[in-house]
Design a protein around this ligand. Sequence first.
Ligand SMILES: [Zn+2]
Length: 190
Amino acid sequence: MSRGPFGVLLDFFRNLLSRPRSTVRNPLLERCSSIANSSIPRINALLGLNYTGQALFKIDEGSMNVPAATSGSTVTVSPKWFQDHPNDDGAIVHELVHVVMHCPRMDGSNWWMIEGTADYGRDKLGYTTPWSTPTRGDPKSGYQATAHFLLFVEQRFGQEYVKKIASDLSRTGDLPQDIEEKLSLYMGIV
Ligand SMILES: [Zn+2]
């Protein structure tokens, strides 16, 4: 007896419902997704960007020696780090800034600002921790030392200049031409 299209469709749904659930819910991944939902609009607003994609999260299966790493929209998280630092949501926010900025390139000329902007975003969204807080240092050394410089820039030249840095980086990977002026000022003043 031949089966009509309705029967085929019915079988399809029957199979779908009886199939064992292959995706085991992972609390770390669920937490990451929830942080992404709440933080991405805030990061867009803070940096004047317009990321409309979706961040994807993966658990590192190897022995990654950083809390997390981002490539495009995919963030790989270290289960070990979040086991040892269960409240470090800021590390996820840092990666989400990378996702939102989606810089077309990262090299010796811009890496420090890419990492600094990510920590600046983390700080501005309220996720500093004792081990990650704005700290005066070489502003070209990335992370919280660059975030400290960005807070200075924000205070001195306004949020619009920080947005310009983020949008230039995000569009071209380049920094604004007058960034060196701002750096000299920071080194002299602060
Ligand atoms: Zn980073």
